[in-house]
Write a protein that binds this ligand. Structure first.
Ligand SMILES: [Zn+2]
Length: 293
């Protein structure tokens, strides 16, 4: 008889022989990992500390080796609030993440209050959130290597200025972070979003040998999702330029119908505002608004 995990256990989904992901609403974003010969490298660990701790417990119990490295794909709270249970690991981020974390409104008392109010279950978990600063910074590219195995990390602005992705060439697995929102309209409204670099990164992935894509949100996908997200972003760019040509405001930008699902209406509202000001040549606005995702 198949042994079923207890209800509160975080379930690991095998992606390739050495890579796994946990996709669980309690984590708030996808948590991935590469299982090396004698240690584990996590790529994002989620948002709620109790769920992140459970992710680590299940990883270490399943593979009987410790998590040594944690790669953080960008500064957003749903990817950094859960770092506390991993603070003894080497925490790796893009060099740009330090100032992004320092400036993020999510760490202010008001920001924490917004998260608490927005949490359907009262946000008691927020009391456990600790700010963990990366200890190893990626300027360009950094590889984590063990024997024949290699995880390539690249700083790659797009979704945010401090976005970073991972590629595990031996098994053609891409850890995309929020450069891919699978099966849904991406959040592209960060104050530091760079549509042009985001588009060029996705174009470079089309040339890369990729069998599986682990997105920041949504199910494990393949290259068709890269192409689809690229089409969404390129169409949004064209529609933004058309609106600007016609002297229209951000609310008149036509949002491509590539995806049926919009997780939050404010994703779209912030996205069109940011793209409008980006392509109008305006400076990023530091408006508070809802917490980033
Ligand atoms: Zn994000």
């Amino acid at each position: 008889m198949e042994k079923r995990p207890p209800q509160d256990e975080i379930v690991l989904q095998q992606v390739s022989s050495s890579t796994v992901v946990a996709i669980d609403p309690r984590l708030g974003s996808n948590a991935g990992a590469v299982v090396f010969e004698d240690f584990i490298v996590a790529v994002d660990v989620g948002m709620r500390p109790f769920a992140s701790r459970e992710f680590r417990r299940v990883l270490e119990a399943t593979y009987r080796r410790p998590v040594r490295f944690v790669c953080v794909t960008h500064y957003h709270a749903d990817h950094t609030f859960g770092l506390g249970p991993f603070k003894d690991c080497v925490v790796v981020g893009s060099a740009a993440i330090m100032s992004a974390l320092a400036k993020s409104p999510d760490w202010t008392p008001e920001g924490q209050e917004r998260w608490r109010v927005g949490d359907t279950e009262g946000g008691a978990w927020l009391q456990e959130v600790e700010r963990v600063w990366p200890t190893l910074l990626v300027h360009g590219r950094l590889d984590i290597v063990r024997g024949e195995q290699r995880l390539e990390l690249r700083a790659s602005p797009g979704h945010t200025e401090c976005s970073l992705y991972g590629y595990f060439p031996a098994e053609k697995v891409l850890f995309a972070g929020d450069l891919i929102f699978a099966d849904q309209v991406p959040f592209a409204g960060d104050d530091t979003v760079d549509p042009e670099r985001w588009i060029s990164t996705l174009k470079s992935w089309v040339q890369l040998e990729v069998a599986q894509v682990i997105p920041g949100h949504g199910p494990v996908s393949d290259t068709t999702e890269i192409t689809r997200q690229l089409e969404f972003l390129e169409t949004l760019r064209a529609n933004t330029l058309t609106a600007l040509d016609q002297g229209q405001g951000p609310e008149e930008i036509v949002v491509p119908r590539t995806y049926a699902e919009v997780r939050e209406p404010w994703f779209v509202e912030k996205t069109v505002r940011r793209w409008h000001s980006y392509y109008a040549g305006g400076q990023p606005r530091a408006d508070a608004g809802p917490a980033a995702d």
